[in-house]
Write a protein that binds this ligand. Sequence first.
Ligand SMILES: Cc1cc2nc3c(=O)[nH]c(=O)nc-3n(C[C@H](O)[C@H](O)[C@H](O)COP(=O)(O)O)c2cc1C
Length: 202
Amino acid sequence: MKIDPAELGAEKAYRLLTGIVVPRPIAWVTSLSPGGAVNLAPFSAFTFVSPKPPMLAISVGRKAGVYKDTARNILAREEYVIHIADSPLLSAVHDSSAEHPPEVSEVDMLGLETIASDHIAVPRLAAAPIAMECRFRQCLEFGETRSRLIVGEVVAFHIRDGLLVNDKIETESLDPIARIAGPRYARLGEIVTLKPVFQTSK
Ligand SMILES: Cc1cc2nc3c(=O)[nH]c(=O)nc-3n(C[C@H](O)[C@H](O)[C@H](O)COP(=O)(O)O)c2cc1C
Protein backbone atom coordinates (compact mmCIF):
# COMPACT_ATOMS: atom_id res chain seq x y z
CA MET A 1 0.00 0.00 0.00
CA LYS A 2 1.22 3.48 -0.81
CA ILE A 3 0.01 6.74 0.66
CA ASP A 4 0.59 10.11 -0.93
CA PRO A 5 1.05 12.63 1.93
CA ALA A 6 -0.37 15.36 -0.33
CA GLU A 7 -3.75 13.59 -0.11
CA LEU A 8 -3.78 13.43 3.68
CA GLY A 9 -5.38 16.08 5.84
CA ALA A 10 -3.61 17.10 9.05
CA GLU A 11 -5.85 14.88 11.21
CA LYS A 12 -5.28 11.72 9.15
CA ALA A 13 -1.55 12.39 8.84
CA TYR A 14 -1.38 12.86 12.63
CA ARG A 15 -3.11 9.50 13.16
CA LEU A 16 -0.76 7.80 10.71
CA LEU A 17 2.39 9.30 12.23
CA THR A 18 1.38 8.57 15.81
CA GLY A 19 0.84 4.96 14.78
CA ILE A 20 4.18 4.75 12.98
CA VAL A 21 6.47 6.59 15.41
CA VAL A 22 6.06 4.17 18.32
CA PRO A 23 6.64 3.67 21.17
CA ARG A 24 7.15 7.29 22.21
CA PRO A 25 8.52 8.41 25.56
CA ILE A 26 6.39 10.92 27.40
CA ALA A 27 7.50 14.33 28.66
CA TRP A 28 5.21 15.19 31.57
CA VAL A 29 5.50 18.95 31.78
CA THR A 30 4.79 21.42 34.56
CA SER A 31 4.69 25.12 33.67
CA LEU A 32 3.26 28.24 35.31
CA SER A 33 0.23 30.11 33.98
CA PRO A 34 0.23 33.93 33.87
CA GLY A 35 -1.69 33.87 37.20
CA GLY A 36 0.66 31.33 38.81
CA ALA A 37 -1.40 28.10 38.44
CA VAL A 38 0.76 24.99 38.00
CA ASN A 39 -0.15 23.55 34.60
CA LEU A 40 0.53 19.89 33.87
CA ALA A 41 0.27 18.04 30.54
CA PRO A 42 1.90 15.09 28.71
CA PHE A 43 3.75 15.40 25.37
CA SER A 44 4.95 12.33 23.52
CA ALA A 45 6.54 14.19 20.61
CA PHE A 46 9.64 14.29 22.78
CA THR A 47 13.37 13.70 22.44
CA PHE A 48 16.77 15.09 23.43
CA VAL A 49 18.60 17.20 20.87
CA SER A 50 21.99 17.83 22.57
CA PRO A 51 23.93 16.11 25.36
CA LYS A 52 26.12 19.11 26.31
CA PRO A 53 24.47 21.21 27.38
CA PRO A 54 21.65 18.72 27.80
CA MET A 55 18.75 19.93 25.69
CA LEU A 56 15.29 18.44 25.27
CA ALA A 57 12.63 19.10 22.63
CA ILE A 58 8.86 18.72 22.76
CA SER A 59 6.44 19.43 19.93
CA VAL A 60 3.28 21.24 20.97
CA GLY A 61 0.34 21.59 18.60
CA ARG A 62 -2.63 23.90 18.56
CA LYS A 63 -6.26 23.25 19.47
CA ALA A 64 -8.85 25.21 17.44
CA GLY A 65 -6.05 27.49 16.24
CA VAL A 66 -4.85 28.34 19.76
CA TYR A 67 -1.55 27.12 21.21
CA LYS A 68 -1.87 24.86 24.21
CA ASP A 69 -1.29 26.34 27.67
CA THR A 70 2.07 24.61 27.99
CA ALA A 71 3.48 26.33 24.87
CA ARG A 72 2.15 29.73 25.92
CA ASN A 73 3.42 29.36 29.50
CA ILE A 74 6.90 28.23 28.41
CA LEU A 75 7.31 31.05 25.92
CA ALA A 76 6.06 33.62 28.44
CA ARG A 77 8.08 32.50 31.49
CA GLU A 78 10.94 30.61 29.82
CA GLU A 79 10.94 27.93 32.55
CA TYR A 80 9.37 24.48 32.93
CA VAL A 81 9.99 21.00 34.31
CA ILE A 82 9.97 17.81 32.23
CA HIS A 83 9.23 14.67 34.26
CA ILE A 84 9.47 11.03 33.33
CA ALA A 85 6.56 9.06 34.75
CA ASP A 86 6.66 5.43 35.79
CA SER A 87 3.82 2.95 35.40
CA PRO A 88 2.10 3.69 38.77
CA LEU A 89 1.59 7.23 37.41
CA LEU A 90 -0.01 6.12 34.13
CA SER A 91 -3.59 7.16 34.99
CA ALA A 92 -2.44 10.54 36.29
CA VAL A 93 -0.45 11.13 33.08
CA HIS A 94 -3.46 10.26 30.96
CA ASP A 95 -5.89 12.33 33.06
CA SER A 96 -3.56 15.34 32.99
CA SER A 97 -4.17 15.64 29.23
CA ALA A 98 -7.76 16.81 29.82
CA GLU A 99 -8.34 20.35 28.63
CA HIS A 100 -8.96 22.96 31.28
CA PRO A 101 -8.94 26.77 31.25
CA PRO A 102 -5.40 28.20 31.67
CA GLU A 103 -5.87 29.12 35.35
CA VAL A 104 -7.08 25.63 36.38
CA SER A 105 -4.21 23.56 37.77
CA GLU A 106 -4.17 19.91 36.65
CA VAL A 107 -1.77 19.30 39.55
CA ASP A 108 -4.39 20.46 42.06
CA MET A 109 -7.19 18.61 40.27
CA LEU A 110 -5.25 15.35 40.40
CA GLY A 111 -4.10 15.91 43.99
CA LEU A 112 -0.41 15.61 43.08
CA GLU A 113 2.22 16.85 45.51
CA THR A 114 4.82 19.33 44.28
CA ILE A 115 8.30 20.32 45.47
CA ALA A 116 10.01 23.68 44.86
CA SER A 117 12.61 23.50 42.09
CA ASP A 118 16.23 24.53 42.74
CA HIS A 119 16.78 26.99 39.88
CA ILE A 120 13.38 27.95 38.51
CA ALA A 121 10.02 29.14 39.84
CA VAL A 122 8.08 26.22 38.32
CA PRO A 123 7.65 23.41 40.90
CA ARG A 124 8.27 19.76 40.16
CA LEU A 125 6.17 16.69 40.93
CA ALA A 126 7.18 14.77 44.04
CA ALA A 127 5.94 11.43 42.67
CA ALA A 128 7.94 11.41 39.42
CA PRO A 129 11.12 9.28 39.43
CA ILE A 130 12.89 11.83 37.19
CA ALA A 131 12.39 15.60 36.99
CA MET A 132 14.43 17.93 34.80
CA GLU A 133 14.34 21.66 35.43
CA CYS A 134 14.47 23.37 32.02
CA ARG A 135 15.13 26.85 30.69
CA PHE A 136 13.61 27.71 27.33
CA ARG A 137 16.18 28.14 24.55
CA GLN A 138 14.50 28.00 21.13
CA CYS A 139 11.16 27.61 19.41
CA LEU A 140 10.70 26.57 15.79
CA GLU A 141 7.33 26.38 14.06
CA PHE A 142 6.72 23.66 11.48
CA GLY A 143 4.15 22.93 8.79
CA GLU A 144 0.66 24.14 8.02
CA THR A 145 -0.40 23.38 11.60
CA ARG A 146 2.51 25.51 12.85
CA SER A 147 3.37 22.94 15.51
CA ARG A 148 5.93 24.40 17.89
CA LEU A 149 9.13 22.51 18.55
CA ILE A 150 10.17 23.87 21.92
CA VAL A 151 13.78 23.30 22.94
CA GLY A 152 14.98 23.81 26.49
CA GLU A 153 18.22 23.31 28.38
CA VAL A 154 18.20 21.09 31.46
CA VAL A 155 19.60 23.12 34.37
CA ALA A 156 19.04 20.42 37.01
CA PHE A 157 18.35 16.69 36.99
CA HIS A 158 16.48 15.17 39.94
CA ILE A 159 16.73 11.39 39.91
CA ARG A 160 15.15 9.11 42.51
CA ASP A 161 17.74 7.47 44.78
CA GLY A 162 18.85 4.09 43.49
CA LEU A 163 17.90 4.72 39.86
CA LEU A 164 21.38 5.80 38.74
CA VAL A 165 24.02 3.07 39.01
CA ASN A 166 27.52 3.53 37.53
CA ASP A 167 26.31 6.64 35.65
CA LYS A 168 23.52 4.67 33.98
CA ILE A 169 19.80 4.73 34.61
CA GLU A 170 18.47 1.32 35.67
CA THR A 171 15.79 1.13 33.02
CA GLU A 172 13.84 -1.75 34.58
CA SER A 173 13.70 0.07 37.94
CA LEU A 174 12.59 3.24 36.18
CA ASP A 175 9.66 1.30 34.66
CA PRO A 176 8.84 4.09 32.17
CA ILE A 177 5.63 4.35 30.19
CA ALA A 178 5.37 5.00 26.47
CA ARG A 179 2.57 6.17 24.24
CA ILE A 180 1.24 4.23 21.31
CA ALA A 181 -1.54 5.76 19.17
CA GLY A 182 -4.58 7.36 20.81
CA PRO A 183 -5.30 6.46 24.45
CA ARG A 184 -2.97 3.45 24.32
CA TYR A 185 0.22 3.03 26.28
CA ALA A 186 2.99 0.49 26.64
CA ARG A 187 5.45 -0.61 29.29
CA LEU A 188 8.86 -2.11 28.71
CA GLY A 189 8.86 -5.62 27.32
CA GLU A 190 11.87 -7.89 27.08
CA ILE A 191 15.21 -6.06 27.09
CA VAL A 192 17.72 -7.55 24.65
CA THR A 193 21.44 -6.90 25.15
CA LEU A 194 23.78 -7.37 22.19
CA LYS A 195 27.58 -7.28 22.08
CA PRO A 196 29.02 -3.78 21.55
CA VAL A 197 29.87 -3.06 17.90
CA PHE A 198 33.61 -2.48 17.44
CA GLN A 199 34.62 0.14 14.90
CA THR A 200 37.51 -0.84 12.61
CA SER A 201 40.20 1.84 12.44
CA LYS A 202 41.07 3.08 8.96
C1 LIG B 1 0.22 10.58 26.46
C2 LIG B 1 -0.13 11.85 25.72
C3 LIG B 1 0.81 12.45 24.90
C4 LIG B 1 0.52 13.64 24.24
N1 LIG B 1 1.46 14.21 23.42
C5 LIG B 1 1.22 15.40 22.83
C6 LIG B 1 2.22 16.01 22.02
O1 LIG B 1 3.33 15.51 21.83
N2 LIG B 1 1.93 17.24 21.48
C7 LIG B 1 0.73 17.86 21.70
O2 LIG B 1 0.53 18.98 21.21
N3 LIG B 1 -0.24 17.29 22.46
C8 LIG B 1 -0.02 16.09 23.03
N4 LIG B 1 -0.98 15.51 23.82
C9 LIG B 1 -2.22 16.25 24.11
C10 LIG B 1 -1.99 17.27 25.24
O3 LIG B 1 -1.51 16.64 26.41
C11 LIG B 1 -3.35 17.95 25.54
O4 LIG B 1 -3.76 18.70 24.42
C12 LIG B 1 -3.33 18.82 26.79
O5 LIG B 1 -4.65 19.23 27.11
C13 LIG B 1 -2.48 20.06 26.64
O6 LIG B 1 -2.52 20.73 27.88
P1 LIG B 1 -2.22 22.27 28.08
O7 LIG B 1 -3.22 23.06 27.26
O8 LIG B 1 -2.38 22.44 29.54
O9 LIG B 1 -0.81 22.50 27.61
C14 LIG B 1 -0.75 14.26 24.42
C15 LIG B 1 -1.72 13.64 25.23
C16 LIG B 1 -1.41 12.43 25.86
C17 LIG B 1 -2.45 11.77 26.71
